[in-house]
Design a protein around this ligand. Structure first.
Ligand code: FE
Length: 336
C-alpha cells in the first residue's frame, strides 16, 4: 500500500466513525469514583459516547466563556447554586423544556435553564466539650455574644457561604443578615481560612468551638478508615439548623445544556438520564449527597446515620439571585 492510499484509508475510517458515532461533550467539575459507572451506563443505554473535560468549577466556566460560540461543550455540570446562576447570568445556558425533568426534579430544585441532581445541607458542627448543642440550634445563634472567640469559618467569598448568606437575606432581610454577619465576625476564633474539612478539624481540635460545614464532608470523615478521622468525628456534634424555622440551608450540584451545544438532542437525553433512578444513585452517592429525585434509595449507612431533618424549601434560584448582595454584606462586615 502506498502512502496516499494509507492516508485515504485512515481518512475513510475516521469519517465512518464520526458519521456513526454520536457524542456528548461534557464539561464537569465532578471527579468521583462512581462517575465511570454513571457515564458508562448512559453510553450503554443510548449509544452516545461521552467526551469528558474535567476541571475546577470556576476554570470550566471561564473556559466556556473564552471558547464562546465555538465551544464544543454540550453540558456543564458543577456544584453550588451561585455558580450555576453565574453561568446562567452570563447567558451560557439554553432553556430546556422536558416533561420528564419537570416531573422528576422538584420545582424548587430547578430553574428554566438548569437542574439540580443532588442536594447537600450546610449544618452547624460543634465541639461537644466546648459548646452545647442547645446554644447553636440556628445559624442566627452563631452571632450571639456568648460565642465570642469560638467561631471558625472559611472565606465569606466562597460560594457555599455566599449561598448561606443568600438564604439568610431571603428569610431575615438584608439588614438583619448584615447584623448577623457582623456578629459572627466579632465571634471569630481566627481569620477565615481553609475549606470545610479544615473547619471540622479545627473544631475537633478545640481551636474553635463551632463552625458550619456541608454534610458530605462530614460523611466522608464518617466513612474514613483512618483512626485520626474517627477521632475527629467523635469530638463533634452535628446540629440540623433552624428546625423550628425555615429549615437547614440546602445547596445543590447540577447542570444544564449550553446555548452553543453542538449536540443538543444528546444533551437533553443526558440531562434526562441524570434524573433516572440509577443515575441518581450514582450521582448522589459519588459525593455522599442526597438524590434530588424523591424516593430514590441509596446504600450509604454513614449518610443515613445523619438522620432526617427539615430542609429549607427556598427555591435554589433565589439563592442564586441574592448572591451579589451576599458578597457585599460579607465585605462590609469584614468577613474576609
Ligand atoms: Fe465542596
Amino acid at each position: 500500500m502506498n502512502r496516499f492510499s494509507a492516508a485515504l484509508l485512515i481518512a475513510c475510517a475516521t469519517f465512518g466513525a464520526n458519521a456513526q458515532e454520536q457524542v456528548l461533550n461534557l464539561y464537569s467539575a465532578r471527579h468521583y469514583q462512581t462517575d465511570e459507572a454513571l457515564y458508562a451506563n448512559f453510553s450503554k443505554q443510548t449509544g452516545i459516547k461521552i467526551n469528558r473535560i474535567e476541571a475546577k468549577e470556576d476554570e470550566l466556566l471561564e473556559r466556556i466563556r473564552n471558547e464562546g460560540a465555538a465551544s464544543p461543550a454540550d453540558v456543564f455540570i458543577t456544584v453550588d447554586a451561585a455558580r450555576l446562576a453565574k453561568a446562567d447570568e452570563l447567558g451560557l445556558f439554553a432553556p430546556v423544556k422536558s416533561k420528564l425533568l419537570e416531573e422528576r426534579i422538584p420545582a424548587h430544585l430547578r430553574s428554566t435553564d438548569w437542574f439540580a441532581f443532588s442536594t447537600r445541607a450546610r449544618v452547624i458542627i460543634h465541639n461537644k466539650d466546648l459548646v452545647k448543642a442547645e446554644d447553636v440550634q440556628n445559624y442566627e445563634d452563631l452571632a450571639a455574644p456568648k460565642l465570642k472567640g469560638k467561631v471558625c469559618s472559611r472565606s465569606g467569598s466562597h460560594p457555599y457561604n455566599l449561598s448561606l448568606m443568600s438564604a439568610l437575606i431571603a428569610h431575615d432581610g438584608e439588614a438583619k443578615a448584615e447584623e448577623w454577619a457582623r456578629g459572627v465576625v466579632a465571634n471569630f476564633a481566627r481569620s477565615p481560612k481553609g475549606g470545610d474539612t479544615d473547619q471540622i478539624k479545627a473544631v475537633a481540635a478545640g481551636e474553635c468551638g463551632v463552625a458550619v460545614s456541608n454534610t458530605y464532608y462530614l460523611v466522608r470523615l464518617l466513612r474514613s478508615e483512618k483512626p485520626e478521622d474517627r477521632k475527629t468525628m467523635e469530638k463533634i456534634g452535628i446540629v440540623w439548623p433552624n428546625q423550628k424555622g425555615a429549615g437547614a440551608h440546602i445547596n445543590i450540584s447540577g447542570g444544564g445544556m449550553l446555548k452553543t451545544a453542538p449536540h443538543k438532542e444528546a444533551a437533553v437525553k443526558f440531562l434526562e438520564y441524570l434524573a433516572s433512578d440509577d443515575a441518581q444513585r450514582y450521582f448522589a452517592e459519588g459525593n455522599n449527597e442526597w438524590p434530588a429525585v424523591a424516593g430514590v434509595k441509596l446504600q450509604n449507612a454513614a449518610l443515613e446515620s445523619l438522620g432526617k431533618f427539615k430542609a429549607d424549601a427556598l427555591p435554589v434560584a433565589t439563592l442564586a439571585k441574592n448572591s451579589g448582595t451576599a458578597q457585599k454584606i460579607y465585605d462590609r462586615a469584614g468577613w474576609k
